[in-house]
Design a binder for this molecule. Structure first.
Ligand SMILES: Cc1cc2nc3c(=O)[nH]c(=O)nc-3n(C[C@H](O)[C@H](O)[C@H](O)COP(=O)(O)O)c2cc1C
Length: 276
């Protein structure tokens, strides 16, 4: 990062906007803890800050109205029935690449992606996820653990765990494709394990944004928590997915061309808000 002294008008907008307090215009220094977000370049009215040039042009005037955005959020629903039509790898690459503007803690930009389109592999992942979670449910809730859970967490906590177990096991029996739903593709979002940063949040923010973006491309998505849960418990799954051993999978999304169309908008609970 260099500051062109001849161009700099000392407005110090860059100093103020810098989240890492890296810039000191008077001292003419840019500290090393710069997180490379380039807010300074973005706000500089004098074009005085240069680096290896990360500016790609001015921002556009965006004309999406708040109402349109709200409608887009309402329109986004989970899809569990997909056409068998595969999504072209180029379309998926471009989709993931365009999503790179999703924010990451300290601008780490550490998210990596694995796209699985091999249907046999997806079916295997489906089956192993069911086996893994069935084992976990049986290990977690059984005649020996129940009294302990009740003692430590209370009856309603135990009831809710038992309900989840019952629901999962009975669904696995009647819908053996309940994990991957024969979707044409699954995107796994992972990062190297790290003691710093907030990779789980980064991945989940990415996921939320991606599900909205997919709507605009007429692609349907379903976030998949079961797979993420199972990968944490079963190394075999991670190996099958070719996820490096030192990585953690934070999120998974099924994606494909939807077989159904949702026609009616659905209301949601009004959130509880505390103003202080
Ligand atoms: C973190 C998270 C994990 C989820 N995991 C699953 C999953 O494993 N399987 C599934 O069918 N749906 C999953 N969903 C989808 C929810 O069940 C769904 O969002 C919810 O029922 C509301 O429906 P909608 O997305 O159509 O509005 C998940 C959603 C979120 C946000």
């Amino acid at each position: 990062m260099t500051i062109n002294e001849e161009k700099c008008i000392r407005c110090k907008k860059c100093e103020v906007v810098c989240p890492a307090q890296s810039l000191d215009i008077d001292a003419k220094t840019a500290a090393e803890d710069c997180i490379a977000c380039y807010h300074c370049l973005s706000v500089c009215p004098a074009d005085a800050i240069t680096n290896l040039s990360n500016i790609t042009g001015p921002y556009f005037q965006i004309n999406i109205s708040p109402r349109e955005f709200e409608l887009l959020m309402q329109q986004r629903r989970s899809y569990r029935q997909f056409k068998s039509t595969p999504i072209e790898p180029d379309v998926l690459s471009e989709f993931i690449s365009r999503m790179r503007y999703s924010p990451t803690a300290s601008n780490s930009q550490a998210l990596e992606f694995t796209v699985i389109q091999d249907q046999e592999l997806l079916q295997k992942i489906n089956d192993i996820t069911i086996q893994t979670l069935t084992r976990a449910f049986n290990k977690g809730i059984n005649p020996w653990t129940k009294p302990l859970i009740k003692l430590l967490k209370g009856q309603s906590f135990l009831n809710s765990m038992q309900r989840s177990k019952r629901k999962f096991l009975s669904k696995a029996e009647i819908a053996p494709d309940m994990i991957t739903y024969q979707a044409p593709a699954m995107i796994l979002i992972h990062t190297p394990s790290t003691p710093t940063g907030m990779p789980v949040h980064d991945a989940n923010i990415w996921t939320g944004m991606a599900t909205l973006y997919a709507e605009l491309l007429e692609l349907g998505t379903c976030i998949n928590g079961f797979v993420v849960n199972a990968v944490k418990r079963n190394k075999e799954l991670k190996q099958l997915m070719h996820i490096p051993a030192h990585h953690q999978v934070h999120s998974a999304i099924l994606i494909g061309y939807p077989k159904i169309k949702y026609s009616n908008r659905i209301e949601r609970k009004i959130p509880k808000i505390n103003f202080l």
